[in-house]
Design a protein around this ligand. Structure first.
Ligand SMILES: Cc1cc2nc3c(=O)[nH]c(=O)nc-3n(C[C@H](O)[C@H](O)[C@H](O)COP(=O)(O)OP(=O)(O)OC[C@H]3O[C@@H](n4cnc5c(N)ncnc54)[C@H](O)[C@@H]3O)c2cc1C
Ligand code: FES
Length: 272
């Protein structure tokens, strides 16, 4: 679905990280956790390509005019890394954006009742909030949030408000415990008696570590990938990533935008 969206708010929530709320058509309310949008960051040709962003939240808002009824809206959490995201950060309330979405395959919510462990690093927390919002309806949910410094640990109070138990680790020790968030994850897994499943989004190294932990313990694990994309709809193959059967003799690739961005971790070729 392609639509013109109006910006309802756009604010810096931590140095370099922004949160934008946008209007959406009624059908957008059915977006599932882990899906993404492709945004044309301006009306001119530079940058030409849309930029992909996870859907942080789907909610409703009531327009300011008399007799207005509530309408769907959605939020993105983004980090300014280059030209496109810098342009997004310069936009204001009432500016318009061209949006394509919701796109891709999101998270499978898994078996109700078993513990859900969510792991996110930096802006990788973006698609995990909507996931947590759904998971808390059926299971105990714990979030393991990591970053280099406290500035990379975003929106924790909002996860807590959902009833999610949050563990924070930063590499410099400026928030939570010092070290990698996967260390806290392993401690929790060592304590666990019942069944659990893992959900992760963040830098490749963190996903690789989480996938390894899940494999060692035979725990179901889904990861959301945030690599490069051009078309976002399966047409250009610019986003492919090696699958678990990949080798130079037998190429096995997954198209992240059309088959993902969420994959079972054991379906991907981590060592390739
Ligand atoms: C499915 C999906 C969901 C995503 N969700 C989010 C999100 O919720 N929030 C968010 O902030 N970002 C997200 N990203 C990443 C985001 O799309 C890029 O950061 C953005 O496109 C960069 O655009 P730019 O024009 O600012 O940067 P560019 O000018 O294109 O690049 C600037 C620098 O960033 C590097 N870069 C650009 N894109 C990526 C990337 N995908 N991975 C690693 N390095 C990159 C470039 O190599 C370059 O060094 C997502 C990506 C995907 C594929
Ligand atoms: S970005 Fe074009 S096929 Fe995925």
């Amino acid at each position: 679905m392609q639509f013109t969206s109006q910006i309802l708010s756009n604010a810096e929530v931590s140095p370099g990280y922004w949160r934008m709320r946008l209007t959406a058509p009624q059908e957008f309310a059915a977006a599932s956790p882990g899906q993404f949008v492709m945004v044309r960051v301006n009306g001119a040709i530079d940058p030409l390509l849309r930029r992909p962003f996870g859907i942080f939240d789907v909610a409703t808002y009531t327009p300011a005019h008399a007799g207005a009824v509530s309408q769907p809206c959605f939020e993105m959490l983004y980090r300014v890394v280059g030209k496109g995201t810098a342009m997004l950060a310069s936009l204001h309330e009432t500016d318009l954006l061209d949006v394509l979405g919701p796109l891709g395959r999101g998270f499978d919510l898994g078996v109700p009742g078993e513990e859900k462990l969510i792991v996110g690093g930096g802006v990788g927390l973006a698609p995990l909030y909507l996931l947590a919002k759904e998971l808390v309806k059926q299971s105990a949910v714990r979030l393991f949030a990591g970053g280099r410094t406290r500035d990379d640990v975003l929106c924790i109070t909002e996860f807590e408000r959902l009833g999610v138990e949050c563990y924070v680790a930063t590499e410099d020790g400026s928030l939570g415990e010092r070290g990698l968030v996967t260390e806290a994850l392993v401690r929790r897994l060592n304590e666990l008696s019942g069944r659990a499943s893992l959900f992760a989004c963040g830098p490749h190294g963190m996903l690789n570590a989480v996938a390894g932990i899940a494999e060692q313990r035979s725990i179901p694990c889904q990861v959301s990938l945030e690599g490069y994309m051009a078309c976002g709809v399966g047409a250009c193959l610019g986003c492919v990533t090696p699958g678990h059967k990949h080798s130079p003799e037998t190429p096995d690739f997954r198209c992240v935008c059309a088959e993902g961005p969420v994959f079972e971790a054991n379906q991907l070729g981590w060592g390739c």
